[in-house]
Write a protein that binds this ligand. Structure first.
Ligand code: ADP
Length: 177
């Protein structure tokens, strides 16, 4: 679904974050060392090729809530924005750290005149953040930050499962209505 919001558009789609042809930047659910791993990081590093890990190395380690930008190499995008989400129950305060990822990623995009950005559902896989709770932080933060990022026109949430997509779409429908 696509909704019009202050400062641009929010889109949701089901898919693989490593196969987003029409997005200028994709966001990585990174680990602190910015290394390939499972989930989103595994998919993006395997799509980008080994040059991505080399490009990440000078920035590592990053702290929860931080975001850094690299090229995207063999991915169909220009940039990857690497965010370290909080590990649920461990990195606190979780909601502030998760919000910080979305805010910093969008600010970096805006600083580099990136017009559209695709996010996976940060922290809700291996890092254990309950999805409904994460959506309630992620979406409001994106809405607020997008209104202050004149260069970013579109944010796309790319969800891996139909179930996750529905949680995002139900939330957006509630707040858009
Ligand atoms: P984290 O470590 O931040 O929890 P994960 O990569 O483990 O990150 O998972 C984050 C979310 O992304 C989970 O909902 C997971 O199902 C989903 N996911 C995993 N692989 C992909 C992919 N290739 N594209 C989009 N989403 C994915």
């Amino acid at each position: 679904m696509i909704i019009e919001v202050d400062g641009g558009q929010i889109e949701t789609r089901k898919g693989d974050i490593a196969a987003q042809q029409d997005m200028e930047a994709v966001v990585n659910a990174a680990n602190a060392e910015l290394l390939p791993g499972g989930g989103v990081a595994g998919a993006l590093h395997s799509g980008a090729g080994p040059a991505l890990a080399d490009a990440c190395a000078p920035f590592a380690p990053i702290a929860p809530g931080e975001a850094v930008l690299t090229e995207a190499f063999d991915l169909p995008n220009n940039y990857v924005i690497h965010c370290l989400g909080p590990v649920y129950g461990q990195d606190k305060p979780e909601a502030e750290l998760l919000a910080s990822c979305y805010e910093k990623a969008l600010q970096i995009a805006d600083d580099h005149s990136i017009s559209n950005v695709a996010f996976p559902s940060l922290s809700t896989g291996a890092f254990g953040y309950p999805l409904e709770e994460a959506v309630g932080t992620a979406v409001p933060e994106v809405l607020e930050t997008l209104s202050n990022c004149p260069n970013v026109n579109q944010v796309c949430f790319v969800l891996f499962s139909e179930k996750d997509l529905k949680v995002y779409e139900d939330y957006l429908t509630r707040i858009a209505g």
